[in-house]
Each structure stands twice: as structure tokens, then as C-alpha cells.
Write a protein that binds this ligand. Structure first.
Ligand code: GDD
Ligand code: MG
Length: 358
């Protein structure tokens, strides 16, 4: 029985206000929760049992995913009363594993879209008899991530979580948030306290001279932690840039029950949620309209998320913004460059601009 642990207990602070009611991994990209995208790819790689390490808004996962039978896997829930950090969450979830001490267990950060070949990662891990195998990816600006330099044989040399000074940026290889653990290594993580796998567990394994491997590839990879990356991830799925088995790439995805006026233009991988509406001559590009959102006539929405049931009145402009659930943006509004509107707020005519935008 192949098993995986998904780390889905973070607060998703950078995606507020979307994450006030819905934990980040349950937010929908291209109409499907991030967690479901991950589980579908894990299942294709032979994973049959998935343990969700939850903390923040744990109830939302169980309501949405149940026992996993709809997804063809068995789902179990390990709920932390207080968040235990990434390592603590893995240790806590391990109580529900049935794998033997030498079996491989996949562990995924719950906010990543990735095209990595999980089956190959597991096979390589077993062949090398590693303590842990990490998927690594290259990014132009690694500062927001964990840096993981390796030697020419792929042996991890060091972990530098979120480097702050230029001297610390020793590589463009980063931790892609996907690990294959030898089960017994998880059992050695201290239980009952906060542990960071990146800052504590991995460095300790290196200090003990355990084999920690890093596998770099060019597969699609995106952490959905910021609003810009969240809308980009959704658009990449719709456009077919990100892996989504069975999906035919389109310019825009219109989900069940949505009504789009024939004169409206939907582009850039936009997704129009269930029961949402888009009015006459509206332009929606590279954006996510969640279920029941209403976009009025002549509205322009670009690189933004419009929350469930939110209303953008005729002629308003929403660019690089996040509009909370059920908020109402009155006609005449122009929201740009990182504007965030909290749920249920009614915004009268105004223009919100930021210094970077003037
Ligand atoms: N159960 C549980 N409990 N899950 C947690 C907790 C916790 O206390 N804290 C964080 N998580 C989950 C989050 O929900 C998320 O899915 C994952 O762990 C990673 O947390 P993030 O908050 O998204 O971390 P990050 O993006 O800043 O950095 C991590 O991911 C990068 C790649 O995306 C690190 O692992 C970096 O090293 C890595 O490069
Ligand atoms: Mg993240």
C-alpha cells in the first residue's frame, strides 16, 4: 500500500481574504481544489492512501473530500489541535500510516502545482536507499523558498530556508515541497511539539550523515502562496501549461451554470465559477471568478480573484486585486496593484492606487 501525507494546515496568510473561510489547499484553481489536483496526480502514480495533515479550518477538508472514495483513494485526517509546523505535522500524521519501516512515504506541501514524476521519484529513492529524496526545482528568484544545493551526484549539501542576504543565495535550486521519506525516518521526528522539517529535520539528517538526495527537473512547478501565483496557477491549468490529465486546453473555462454574455471577452486562462455571470462587453483576462461571482457590463477584470458571490458593478476596473467573498464593488471603482477587499465589504466609488502604480 503506497501512502502519502499532504501538509495542508497552514493559515495561507498571504492569500487573505480568500483564506479566511477556505484553507489555501481547498481554494479552487481551474474549478478544482488544489488538494484534489494533487491527489489525482498521486493516484496516477500508484498512491492509494492519503493522510491530510490539517490544522487551520480542518472541517473544510472533511466536508469537501470525505473518505476519498470519489477520488479513488482512501483519505484519512490527522488534525492538529495547535499547528505543529511542517515536521511536527508529518510526525503527527505518521500515527495513521500503515507502511513498514523501510517503505517510502510521499509528503507534499499542500499549495503546490507540480508536474514532477512521483513514481520515478519513489523508484529512485528506493534504488538509492536514501533516508529522504527531495524534489528540487530551479526558480529565477529563490529568496521566498528553501535553497538546497547538491553535489554532482545529487547528494544534498545544505538547507537554507528563506535566505535574506545576497551571500546566502548559493544556488537557484529550491525545495519544491515534495519529499519521499523512508518511513522510519519520520518516526524519529520528535512528537508532540512544533518542528520545522526544513529548519530542523533536514539539517539534522545531514549532520548525522544520512543520505538525503535532491532530484532536480524541469517539470512545471508553482507554489500558489501569493495572489499573483494563485491566479497564474489557475490560468496555467486552463491553458494547458500545468499538468491536468484529461483536460483539453482552452483560453477560458466556464463552469456549470455560469452565464457569459456573448459580447464579453474571456482570455488568458480565466475561469468563470459555477453559477457566476459576466455581463455585456466585460473583459476578463487571466483571472479567477469564484462560484456565483457577478461581473457587470463593461467591467474589466485582469490578473485578479473575485470571491464567491462577489459583485463587480458595471464599468468597474479590477486589476491585480483580490475581492473577498460577497463583497460589492460599486460602479466607478478602479482597484489595482495588490488591492484586497475583505468579504462582505461594500466599496463605494473610489480609486485605490498604490505608489508602485503611479
Ligand atoms: N499540518 C500543518 N501544520 N501544515 C502546515 C503547517 C502546520 O503547522 N505549517 C505549514 N503547513 C503546510 C502549509 O499548509 C503548506 O501547504 C505547506 O505546509 C508549506 O507551508 P507554506 O507556508 O506554504 O511554506 P512556504 O511556501 O513559505 O515554504 C515551503 O514551501 C516552499 C516550496 O513551495 C518550504 O518548504 C520551502 O522550503 C519550499 O521551498
Ligand atoms: Mg507555500
Amino acid at each position: 500500500m503506497r501512502e502519502a501525507i499532504l501538509l495542508v494546515g497552514g493559515q495561507g496568510t498571504r492569500l487573505r481574504p480568500l483564506t479566511i473561510a477556505t484553507p489555501k489547499p481547498m481554494l479552487e484553481v481551474a474549478g478544482v481544489p488544489v488538494t484534489v489536483h494533487q491527489i489525482e496526480r498521486l493516484r496516477s502514480a500508484g498512491i492509494e492512501r492519503v493522510i491530510l495533515g490539517t490544522s487551520y479550518r480542518a472541517d473544510v477538508f472533511a466536508e469537501g473530500l470525505g473518505d476519498g472514495s470519489d477520488l479513488g483513494v482512501e483519505i484519512l485526517y490527522a488534525v492538529e489541535d495547535e499547528p505543529l509546523g511542517t515536521g511536527g505535522a508529518i510526525r503527527h500524521a505518521a500515527d495513521l500510516l500503515v507502511s513498514g519501516p523501510n517503505d517510502p512515504v510521499a509528503v507534499l506541501n499542500g499549495d503546490v502545482l507540480s508536474g514532477v514524476d512521483y513514481a520515478a521519484l519513489i523508484a529512485g529513492h528506493i534504488a538509492a536507499d536514501a533516508a529522504v529524496t527531495l524534489h528540487l526545482t530551479r526558480v529565477p528568484d529563490p529568496r521566498r523558498y528553501g535553497l538546497v544545493p547538491t553535489d554532482p551526484h545529487g547528494r544534498v549539501l545544505e538547507f537554507r530556508e528563506k535566505p535574506t542576504t545576497p551571500e546566502e543565495i548559493v544556488t537557484d535550486q529550491i525545495n519544491a515541497g515534495c519529499y519521499i521519506f523512508r518511513r522510519s525516518v519520520i518516526d524519529h521526528i520528535p512528537s508532540g511539539r512544533v518542528v520545522s522539517v526544513e529548519r530542523e529535520t533536514f539539517p539534522a539528517l545531514l549532520a548525522a550523515d544520512e543520505l538525503v538526495r535532491g532530484v532536480v527537473d524541469d517539470a512545471y512547478w508553482l507554489d500558489l502562496g501569493t495572489p499573483q501565483d494563485f491566479v497564474r496557477g489557475s490560468a496555467d491549468l486552463v491553458l494547458g501549461h500545468a499538468p491536468w490529465p484529461g483536460h483539453d486546453p482552452v483560453d477560458a473555462l466556464v463552469l456549470d451554470g455560469a452565464v457569459v454574455d456573448s459580447s464579453a471577452r474571456l482570455t488568458g486562462g480565466s475561469c468563470v465559477g459555477r453559477g457566476a455571470s459576466v455581463g455585456r462587453n466585460a473583459q476578463v483576462s487571466g483571472s479567477v471568478l469564484l462560484d456565483g461571482a457577478q461581473v457587470g457590463a463593461g467591467v474589466r477584470v485582469s490578473s485578479s480573484v473575485v470571491g464567491a458571490g462577489a459583485v463587480i458593478e458595471d464599468g468597474a476596473i479590477v486589476v491585480d486585486a483580490v475581492i473577498g467573498d460577497r463583497a460589492r464593488i460599486k460602479a466607478g471603482n478602479e482597484l489595482c496593484a495588490g488591492a484586497r477587499v475583505w468579504p462582505d465589504v461594500i466599496l463605494g466609488p473610489t480609486s485605490v492606487r498604490f505608489s508602485s502604480d503611479v
